[in-house]
Design a binder for this molecule. Structure first.
Ligand code: C2O
Ligand code: CU
Ligand code: CU
Length: 455
């Protein structure tokens, strides 16, 4: 069976079992070399989770169309801005140029304007779960939190492992919304922005408590992405272990067994779940997480509430039983760095800084050489957590034993009063790119730097 029919088969199965996959159109997933996608952004009333919400949408749907591509594909996105404010697109996690008509977060697409994004996914691009969202500085949190997000799936090594590829697959886009009784998004006040806005309505794929079908004794693959502006998710599936097979930048070297999964904004995980319990319905729980406090005022970020956000529903019996292979992929640990840098994160009233400076798109904060290997230390002396993200090139986190963890990441949590070191190599592309806190309100308030990769 070829990939495409396998894909189709699991999609049909997903449709039969649950409605949780329905929101995703199949746009862009094809055997052709070019994936053509239309994306228009607009503000409109949309029926979401049984109520009418005033959201920002891509292609009049929420979530935005899922883009499914393969290494070597050319991606052409006809983007049209029908909002009443400027915006743009960022392709979070993709290793493509950060310039021109590719992943250019410096672009400003005015209201009414269109722009054609056109780029190639390198032949050696890792497979994985990525996503796209607006990145117009100052408005990123607002625009994302109103619904502008979609997933990007790149096929890769895991899709060639039969024990993984033959499992049905569901996409889970986690997002919280702050809306009033009329379904209109509430604009956060200054304190909420400094803490990072959170909304009380937590949806998966725009659905309240969706059920995901699983066969008894069968496997289900979940691709999970946290597209929330600020909310952290601590996920647990009642009575079930989670077998993580991939994180931000693709496959893990070996299966990681978890009873709990923390996803900070921007982070992704692919997990396998086995229908190993008595048939029934098991809750997908979001456990509370304390992100700390906004220093000056000493006000705590309200620890996020706990509760079910979805469920796993047993439906039918697996036709055959199998186990997962132990090893999945090779992840070469990056060698010792040639250069080390230090980044201090600070916050005060109205200003969020990296090395004491707020973002300025015209100022280069860090210059590096193409192909260089560097180690960056993020130092967070504040009372609040900051999940740090770097565009264009993924990194490996240095563990407490001083050795790199063999796993490709592009967001890493720097907890309050902690330091984290990440190691990366600046491969293939030169030009300006970005690093920032992925609590997008912090990014909008200045916690972002410009990185220039020089040849
Ligand atoms: Cu998903 Cu620069 O961000
Ligand atoms: Cu990004
Ligand atoms: Cu932050």
């Amino acid at each position: 069976m070829n990939q495409n029919s396998l894909e189709r088969r699991s999609f049909c199965r997903a449709l039969a079992g649950t409605t949780a996959g329905l929101a995703f159109s199949r746009t862009g997933w094809a055997d052709e070399d070019v994936a053509s996608v239309n994306l228009s952004a607009r503000s409109e009333w949309l029926n979401v989770a049984g109520r009418s919400l005033n959201l920002y949408t891509y292609e009049r749907q929420y979530p935005g169309p899922a883009i499914r591509i393969k290494p070597g594909n050319r991606v052409v996105i006809k983007f049209l801005n029908l909002l009443t404010e400027p915006t743009n697109l960022h392709f979070h996690g993709l290793h493509i140029p950060s310039t021109g008509s590719a992943d250019n977060s410096f672009l400003r697409i005015e209201r009414g304007q269109s722009f054609t994004y056109d780029f190639e996914i390198p032949q050696n691009h890792p497979g994985g779960t990525f996503w796209y969202h607006p990145h117009h500085h100052g408005m990123a949190a607002k625009q994302l939190s109103r619904g502008l997000a979609g997933m990007i799936i790149v096929r890769g090594v895991l899709d060639e492992i039969p024990e993984i590829a033959q499992a049905p697959e569901s996409l889970l886009m986690l997002q919280d919304f702050a809306v009033n009784g009329q379904g209109v998004p509430t604009e956060p006040g200054m304190m909420e922005r400094m803490q990072g806005r959170e909304g009380a309505l937590i949806l998966i794929n725009g659905q309240l408590n969706p059920a995901f079908a699983i066969n008894r004794n069968g496997w289900l693959r979940l691709r999970i992405v946290n597209v929330s502006a600020s909310r952290f998710y601590r996920l647990r599936i009642e009575d079930h272990m989670m077998y993580q097979i991939a994180s931000d930048g693709g496959a893990l070297p070996t299966v990681r067994e978890l009873d709990e999964l923390l996803l900070t904004p921007g982070e992704r995980a692919e997990i396998m779940v086995r229908g190993e319990r008595e048939p029934g319905e098991y809750r997908i729980l979001n456990l509370p997480y304390d992100r700390g406090r906004m220093g000056m005022m000493g006000m705590r970020v309200a620890p996020s509430s706990s509760g079910p956000i979805g469920s796993l529903r047993y439906e039918g019996e697996a036709e055959s039983e199998w186990t997962l292979p132990q090893s999945l992929a090779t992840v070469e640990p990056l060698p010792e760095p040639e250069v080390r840098r230090y980044f201090r994160l600070d916050e005060s009233m109205m200003e969020f800084t990296i090395n004491r400076r707020t973002f300025d798109a015209r100022r280069t904060d860090t210059s590096v050489r193409l192909n260089a290997i560097e180690e960056w230390e993020f130092d967070n002396p504040t009372d609040m957590d900051h999940p740090m993200h770097i565009h264009t090139n993924p990194f490996q986190v240095v563990g407490t034993d001083g050795r790199v963890i063999p796993e490709w990441k592009d967001v890493t949590l720097v907890k309050s009063r902690a330091r984290v070191r990440v190691r990366m190599r600046f491969d293939d592309f030169t030009g300006p790119t970005l690093y920032h806190c992925h609590i997008l309100d912090h990014e909008d308030l200045g916690m972002m730097g410009r990185l220039d990769i020089l040849s």
